[in-house]
Each structure stands twice: as C-alpha cells, then as structure tokens.
Design a binder for this molecule. Structure first.
Ligand SMILES: [Zn+2]
Length: 61
C-alpha cells in the first residue's frame, strides 16, 4: 500500500511535543506535496515546523 509518514513536533515555546502517523494520502490531502509542513501547537498556538519522516515500518532495528 502507500507510504506512511511519522510527523514529529516539538514546540520551542512551551516545550510540548507530539508524534503522529499519517499515510502519504492523508499528508498530501492536509498539507499538500511539500517536504516541510507547519503545525500549530495545541497548547500555546505557536506555529512550528514539523519534522516529517518516512516510516519504513518494522524492518529496522
Ligand atoms: Zn507550544
């Protein structure tokens, strides 16, 4: 099936962080076909850049 991506955020202002998994389809639908996406911190509403990495599944480590 499609690729999966792991989106990691860490807010420089309040220090909260999060992780989400999204399929390629979802990611493109929500954010477009861009390497870097921006998300809003749900704690302090600061806009921060999220780190998007391809999730290659369980074959690693
Ligand atoms: Zn924050």
């Amino acid at each position: 099936m499609g690729k999966k991506y792991r989106i990691t955020t860490s807010c420089p202002q309040c220090g909260c962080g999060g992780e989400a998994e999204m399929s390629e389809e979802e990611l493109k639908k929500k954010h477009g076909d861009v390497p870097n996406i921006e998300l809003k911190c749900h704690e302090c509403m600061m806009v921060m850049e999220a780190d998007v990495k391809e999730d290659k599944g369980s074959s690693e480590s």
